[in-house]
Design a protein around this ligand. Structure first.
Ligand code: UN1
Length: 497
């Protein structure tokens, strides 16, 4: 075990003798059972660092430390929680360039996107710092005279936060910050592919003045560490972002043991483009939604549903603009799209390119492995045309730089196609027609709807939520996430005796 207090910069050598970045359990830095290497997807010769992998024993220790710390943290003053979260936010914002660089290096999103994500993570901590004060409840007029009736909100207990690799700072921030703000203690399990940002975040949180055990970091793989955490009977709630398959499997187990859950899972997000749209604006929105972050976001626009009058111009402009997108090292200036995150992910994407072709869609551009100056997981963004709604490329979440254009005869047909999916996360429309917009907003089956904006990239202070197979449980973010992070206590009291 090594103490880490006083380490203030990522570049500072960690005191741990082996050079392995340790887990953080019960207020101490602790070596893992073994370690995993963190590889730069833009240059696979570059090892970002080596990170401890937690054992089953570590999961036990972290949960029991979080459980022991809970009463004190839950009952402590809101002002203390607010100060801790504010300090974390301040440091993240001050170090956003350095943290963004690390994020881009380990995950592969471009440097501007990564720095913006680091800033957003800091802002989320600031936002929830203020939320710490909002311990509001409700009062009702009782049906019985002399009886006071109130609904209080109490912290849930130990929260397990299980996060994906595509937003290594922002998603941990919007799970950890509200958990702590509302008085819970946390065991954080980041994705195995991106331990660097998680470790940096944990190192900041570890110095922010929390009592020992209130926050714990367990690195490792989802299949072992994440599953053990989700299954633990002392974890009162699990907030998870990841694939629908994993979420549903894990959710069934959490339900069986009586735990609470907040699951954010897949998407197959439609962007409807109507005849009256400006083609230049529509193609810019489609490219931002489909290909920024290499399409690796659950809010990506993977189905571009375009009506007949604009269809051919739209496709032509998409192909022209996509041909100009620069796919290269995430940290190189001028790069529009970085590599995808790993070799297995790229293999899945390439497989979908073949699936699309076999199903009879036309590959208008992209979908090819690219060689660059550094060895990395480069893939040119792909656009399919002549796609039909029943094709696998239009039904399954690909989570990569691949989008399909579906031609629709009318707005009504476009809407029906948009809703013909198992998912229901984000949906967009590009048009100036106000009546159509109103109809779309009332009819689209999605948790989040965008008008003349990309389907991805939401404001950090608003709730984030989906329908159907995309989400389960109360929304994330915004003050609405209080529904998940607190439990209600309904009090009927006759104080007069
Ligand atoms: C965004 O598009 O701003 O995993 C965030 C994801 C989502 C977050 C998307 N849970 O892609």
């Amino acid at each position: 075990m090594a103490s880490c207090s006083g380490v203030s910069a990522l570049s500072a050598p960690h005191p741990h003798v082996t050079g392995v970045r340790p887990n953080f359990i019960a207020g101490s830095w602790r070596e893992g059972a073994d370690a995993l290497e963190n590889v730069n997807p833009s240059d696979t010769r570059d090892i970002v660092g080596t990170y401890a992998r937690a054992s089953a024993h570590d999961v036990e220790d972290a949960v029991s430390a979080a459980k022991a710390a809970f009463p004190h943290w839950a009952q402590g003053p809101a002002g203390t929680r607010a100060e801790v979260l504010d300090a974390i936010g301040t440091e993240i914002i001050a170090r956003k360039d350095e943290l963004g660089d690390l994020l881009a290096r380990e995950e592969g999103k471009t440097l501007p996107e990564a720095v913006a994500e680091a800033l957003r993570a800091g802002q989320i901590f600031k936002y929830f710092s203020a939320e710490s004060y909002r311990a509001e409840g409700a009062t009702y007029r009782s049906l019985r005279p002399g009886v006071t009736l109130e609904v209080r909100r109490e912290p849930l207990g130990v929260v397990g936060a299980i996060t994906p690799w595509n937003f290594p700072l922002a998603i941990p921030a919007w799970k950890i910050a509200p958990a702590l703000a509302f008085g819970n203690t946390v065991v954080f399990k980041p994705a195995g592919l991106v331990p660097g940002s998680a470790w940096a975040l944990a190192e900041i949180i570890a110095r922010a003045g929390l009592p020992a055990g209130a926050f714990n970091l367990l690195m490792g793989q989802g299949a072992d560490v994440g599953a053990a955490l989700a299954a633990h009977p002392d974890v009162a709630g699990v907030t998870f972002t990841g694939s629908t398959d994993v979420g549903r499997r894990m959710g069934a187990e959490i339900f069986a043991r009586g735990g609470r859950m907040q699951l954010e899972m897949g998407g197959k997000n439609p962007l409807i483009v109507l005849d009256d749209a400006d083609p230049d604006e529509a193609t810019d929105l489609a490219i931002a939604g489909a290909f920024h972050s290499a399409g690796q976001r659950c809010t990506a626009s993977s189905r571009l549903i375009v009506t007949g009058g604009i269809h051919d111009t739209f496709v032509e402009q998409m192909v022209e603009k996509m041909a100009r997108l620069r796919v290269d090292d995430a940290r190189k200036s001028g790069t529009d799209i970085g590599p995808v995150v790993s070799e297995p992910q790229r293999a899945i994407h390439l497989d979908y390119v073949h699936v699309g072709e076999r199903e009879g869609a036309v590959r208008a551009i992209g979908g090819d492995i690219l060689a660059r100056a550094t060895p990395g997981w480069y893939l040119s963004p792909a656009l399919f045309t002549s796609a039909r709604p029943d094709m696998r490329i239009c039904r399954e979440e690909i989570f990569g730089p691949i989008a399909a254009v579906i031609r629709a005869g009318t707005y009504e047909e476009a809407l029906a196609v948009a809703n013909d999916t198992d998912f229901g996360l984000s949906a967009g429309i590009v048009t100036k027609n106000r009546a159509r917009i109103d109809h779309f907003l009332a009819s689209v089956q999605a948790g989040m709807a965008q008008v003349n904006l990309p389907t991805a990239g939401m404001d950090f202070h608003a709730p984030f939520t989906g329908r159907k197979h995309s989400s389960f449980g109360p929304p994330e973010k915004g003050s609405e996430c209080r529904e998940f992070f607190t439990v209600a206590k309904v009090v009927h009291a006759a104080y007069g005796g």
